[in-house]
Design a protein around this ligand. Structure first.
Ligand code: SF4
Ligand code: SF4
Length: 179
């Protein structure tokens, strides 16, 4: 057993009823994550995606979550206000079964990083109607992720994308941290 240590849990609360589908969150997220920063704003690079249904006035912001090497065996299908959404429409995973949450040039997975280094996530800042609100809380954590789990994750990524792309992506990440 490892030592207990404190960790900060960051949460963005989504109030979908307030969202008006303006997509400002997508724009600022993709701009913040372009290289160099703010050099472009292709929403395909955004780590948040607004599922939009203007006819019924339904807009649901979805944040990019974990990468998964294999698609899941089951599927989710939602019906909201009589409208049936595509399978997996609200799923957060970067998954081989679809194009969402993948870097358009390299195909590498995208994941929300809570705008690391910023005081507050930028999508929250830019959402003028408070559909997104930010909360932080402190929790005690048992132990760190084991090196074996990290190795398995890296191996899965390398098998899927090839080492060259992973190395390229790491180089881009370290450039963005410096930038
Ligand atoms: S900025 Fe706010 S209102 Fe606009 S699409 Fe994003 S979550 Fe919805
Ligand atoms: S918190 Fe930052 S990285 Fe995550 S979706 Fe919002 S703008 Fe993008």
């Amino acid at each position: 057993m490892g030592e207990k240590k404190k960790k900060i849990v960051k949460t963005i609360k989504v109030n979908a009823d307030e969202c008006n589908g303006c997509r400002a969150c997508e724009v600022i997220c993709s701009a913040f994550h372009s290289l160099p920063k703010y050099s472009g704003n292709n929403p395909a690079r955004s780590r948040i995606r607004v599922v939009r249904e203007p006819l019924t006035d339904i807009y649901v912001p979805v944040f990019a979550g974990e990468y998964t090497a294999a698609e899941c065996a089951g599927r989710d299908k939602y019906v909201i206000d009589g409208k049936e959404y595509e399978e997996c429409a609200f799923c957060r995973a970067s998954c081989p079964s679809r194009d969402e949450f993948k870097e358009p040039d390299s195909g590498l997975p995208l994941k929300c990083d809570m705008c690391e280094g910023e005081e507050e996530p930028l999508c929250v800042k830019w959402c003028l109607v408070d559909a997104l609100t930010y909360e932080e809380r402190e929790e005690e954590e048992e132990e760190e992720e084991s090196p074996e789990e990290m190795e398995i994750g890296l191996e899965a990524l390398a098998n899927k994308y090839g080492l060259d792309k992973i190395t390229e992506s790491l180089a881009r990440m370290s450039m963005s941290k410096r930038g």
